[in-house]
Structure formats: C-alpha cells, structure tokens
Design a protein around this ligand. Structure first.
Ligand SMILES: NC(=O)c1ccc[n+]([C@@H]2O[C@H](COP(=O)([O-])OP(=O)(O)OC[C@H]3O[C@@H](n4cnc5c(N)ncnc54)[C@H](O)[C@@H]3O)[C@@H](O)[C@H]2O)c1
Ligand SMILES: [Zn+2]
Length: 436
C-alpha cells in the first residue's frame, strides 16, 4: 500500500500515473500472439498444449466438451442456498437486461422511403467465464443471463478447469440456469482464440464476451475483427472518492474486496481529508488479517494507493483520468459528484452502497471495462448481444422524389453509375406506364 500526500516526494508523479490508457503489457502481448497463432493453425492440439503449459489440467480432446450428464450431476450436487442465490441474481440481471434490449423500428424519411433498424440476436456467441483463481459463478450470470434475455440461440461458454479437470459444480449450475447451450472446459487466451477461429471441437462464434485476466483480455483485443468483441474487461479495480464524513472501515473493506482478485487488480482512494487516509490505512492493515486469500491480496495491495487531494474537484478530475471499473462515492452528496464522472464502469452512490452489491446481485452486468478502457468503452449490456441491420425500402413516388438529390451526389463525387442506378428505375417505370 502506498500513501501520497501533497508534501510527499513523488506526489506529482503519483497523480500523473493515474492518467491511464488501455495499453497492453508487451510480454502479455507477445505470449498471446503466439497462443492465438497456434490455435488458429493447429486447433484442438494447441488448446490442449497451452492449457497444460499455463498450469491447467492435462486433457484429452474428447474431454473439452462438458457433457449434459456432468451438468445434471452438478445441478444435483449444489445445495438449496446456492440454487436460491443463483436464482435471485439471475432474476435481477435478467430484469435489468430486458430494459437494455433494443427494439426494431421503422419510419418514413422526408422523401417517403421506409427506413428502419432491425435488431436480432447474434446466432452464436462465445462467453468467457473466468476460473483461474476463483470459480466466478457470478460472472456466468452477469454475462449468460444477458445473452439469454436477448434470445441468442447458441450460447457457448468456455471456462478453465482445475488441475483435476473439474469445473466447479455451482458454475456449471449457474451456466445451465442462464440457458447456456454448450460448455467447454478450457480457459486463457487459447480459449478465446478457439472461439474466434474455431477448432474441430469448438465451432467459431460471431462475437466474444466475458471478463478475464490480462491474457484473456489481450486475446480478445487481438482477435477483434475475426470476431466481434464486447469490451476489455480485465483485472478488477476500485476507486473510492471520499470526504471527511466517510466510514474508513467500509472504504477499507471495498478496497480489499476488489484486491483479493489478485494479479493486476488495483484499488485507489482519493480524499481531501488527511485523517481519513490514516484511518483507512489502519483499517486495511487490520482487515487484511481476516483474509483467506493472503497471496492474492498481497499482489494487489502492492498497487493500492491512498491519495490526499486538494479538494473534491481534484478527486473528480483524477477519477476521470484513472477511469476505474468501479467507483464508490463515499461523500455527503454523491449525486453531485456522480454527474461529473465520465469514464467510470459502474458508480456506487453513497458509502452505504457496497461494490460487491453490484458484483453479485443488483442488476447491471458486473462485466466492466478496466485498465483505463473505461474512457472508450462502457460495461456489458444486453443489446450488445443484438446485431443491428439497417433496412431501406423505396416505392415509386419516394424514389422519384429522391432521384434529383441522388444525381446531385453522383455528380459531385464523379460516380455517374451511382446516379444512373437510381434514375434507370424511374425511367423504366415511366416507359412501362406508357406501354400500358
Ligand atoms: N472487469 C470485469 O468485468 C471482471 C469481472 C469479473 C472478473 N474479472 C477479473 O477476471 C480475472 C480472472 O482471472 P483468473 O486468473 O482468476 O482467471 P481467468 O480464467 O481469467 O484466467 C485463467 C487462465 O489464464 C491463463 N494463464 C494464467 N497464467 C498465465 C500465464 N503466465 N501466461 C499465459 N496464460 C496464463 C491460463 O490459461 C488460465 O486458465 C480477475 O483478474 C478478475 O479481477 C473482471
Ligand atoms: Zn470483484
């Protein structure tokens, strides 16, 4: 944990470092390039090889697909509490998702042609569910329930298995509850490459969704174009904006909650109150002792930064530069601050709103942009599972009214065949009318 106060050495640099862009790490980039190229050319063999190389199980090709029998067994093995929690989260996420969906619409333009937009679910999507250091059951719901709400007919999930080749039963049950059609036990960059290029076992998808660690996110970035991708949702992070009224114990708890994801996670506190920084620092030290993931916490805590700002305005400016996945506003009047934030993935209003409420249950997808990507991307919404098509339909009167303007454009652009392709239709219909 690092603390920076205005008088400290390196204070200006610490503030500057907050101004991030989503630029991939060169080492991660190189590894992923190798993995993606291998999967694209060798298919399943590369999937198996890299899964083992990066600490996963030694699998046979035939084991990649999770069979219906395994899913049924998983569903039977989870307790009622787990089942109810999955159901409660799915209900909220699905209800929220339905509101984000776009509806097809049609209208007439000035010349009378019918124009509109049609929204259909992508026929086949791939969803990455992280599982390297924790089985992210909630991520299954926060992605697949949206695909289900959008009516995607083929929802394909990939998720890494443990050393024994097992996927956590609650994760399988959650995927099944959210209408997933195919599940493959493979993770990392290799799984993303398989979804994009396809292998003998995994047919390619049109669009790839889902959060993951740095390698997973970089793979999504690299396969962009082969498939569509949703956003760049990497290692979790939180930024807290607080004033002197905030509760230091609650802030410390929020910082540690996202930090326990481990490698790559970052937590930041911005406050204009010097005393609060002291108290939060102490509370973090005390709460770390309660953790069951000391290794992951230690990795992330090295990047945890508590910064004393001049005033709330400076906190807001820095928060916008940092573009955090989660922003918690623990101040007396959170509404005023929220309105000035323009790069946050999700905003949690008031100290009483824990970030984990959004992680597990509230309704919006917890799949959110990280690493500074929030400046350009928003979090996952159900309409990202819809593919948009524009539709145009002329009739004779609307085409006649349009031809002069079309001909003007074809003259300006020097593309005479363009103009003729419209006027020929009106002339032809004139001749046809004369014949009658
Ligand atoms: N931004 C969001 O919306 C969001 C939501 C949920 C989770 N997350 C993040 O997802 C991440 C999940 O990470 P995870 O690691 O637990 O699981 P993961 O499933 O994303 O990654 C595990 C895989 O990474 C690969 N890998 C591991 N070490 C590697 C190496 N050295 N080189 C190449 N590949 C390697 C392996 O193939 C492994 O199967 C966390 O960072 C968490 O914060 C983000
Ligand atoms: Zn989290």
């Amino acid at each position: 944990m690092k603390i920076f106060r205005p008088k400290d050495r390196g204070y200006a640099q610490a503030l500057q470092r907050l101004n991030r862009r989503a630029i991939p790490d060169p080492a991660v980039r190189a590894t992923v390039e190798e993995v993606v190229a291998a999967v694209a050319t060798e298919g399943d063999a590369a999937l198996i090889r890299y899964t083992e190389k990066f600490g996963g199980p030694k699998l046979e090709v035939g084991q990649l697909y999770v069979t219906p029998a395994e899913i049924v067994a998983a569903q039977a093995s989870i307790d009622k509490e787990t089942r109810d929690a999955i159901k409660a989260a799915r209900t909220n996420v699905r209800t929220f998702a339905k509101k984000s969906l776009r509806k097809s619409w049609f209208t007439k333009n000035k010349q009378g042609a019918v124009v509109g937009e049609r929204f259909d679910p992508f026929p086949r999507v791939g969803i990455y569910i992280p599982g390297g250091t924790a089985p992210l059951v909630s991520s299954a719901i926060m992605t697949c329930a949206l695909a289900e709400a959008a009516g995607v007919p083929e929802i394909v999930a990939v998720t890494p298995a443990d050393k024994e080749g097992k996927v956590h039963p609650a994760l399988l049950a959650a995927l099944a509850a959210c209408g997933t059609h195919e599940i493959y036990r493979v993770g990392g960059a290799q799984a993303v490459a398989a979804l994009a290029y396809g292998t003998k076992t995994i047919r390619p998808v049109q669009k790839i969704f889902g959060p993951g660690n740095s390698w997973v996110v970089e793979a999504k970035r690299q396969v962009f174009g082969v498939a569509a991708i949703d956003l760049l949702p990497g290692p979790s992070e939180v930024l807290v904006i607080a004033d002197k009224w905030a509760n230091p114990e609650w802030i410390a708890a929020d910082l540690l909650a996202q930090s326990e994801h481990g490698h790559g996670s970052i937590a930041v506190l911005l406050t204009d109150d010097a005393e609060l920084i002291e108290k939060v620092g102490k509370a973090v030290d005390a709460q770390v002792k309660l953790s069951q993931r000391p290794k992951q916490l230690a990795e992330a805590l090295a990047h945890t930064t508590l910064i004393q700002t001049k005033d709330l305005d400076e906190s807001i400016r820095l928060a916008n530069e940092f573009a955090s996945e989660h922003v918690s506003i623990a101040t007396k009047r959170p509404g005023e601050i929220a309105l000035q934030l323009n790069s946050s993935g999700a905003i949690f209003m008031g100290g009483i709103s824990p970030v984990v409420g959004g992680d597990f249950l509230a309704g919006p997808s917890h799949e959110l942009p990280t690493g500074g990507a929030g400046k350009s991307f928003a979090g996952l919404t159900a309409d990202q599972f819809q593919r948009r098509t524009s539709v145009v339909m002329f009739d004779e009167p609307s085409l006649k009214a349009s031809v002069p303007i079309i001909e003007t454009f074809s003259k300006i652009e020097g593309l005479d065949a363009h103009g003729r392709s419209a006027s020929i239709r009106v002339q032809k219909t004139k001749k046809a009318a004369k014949k009658k």
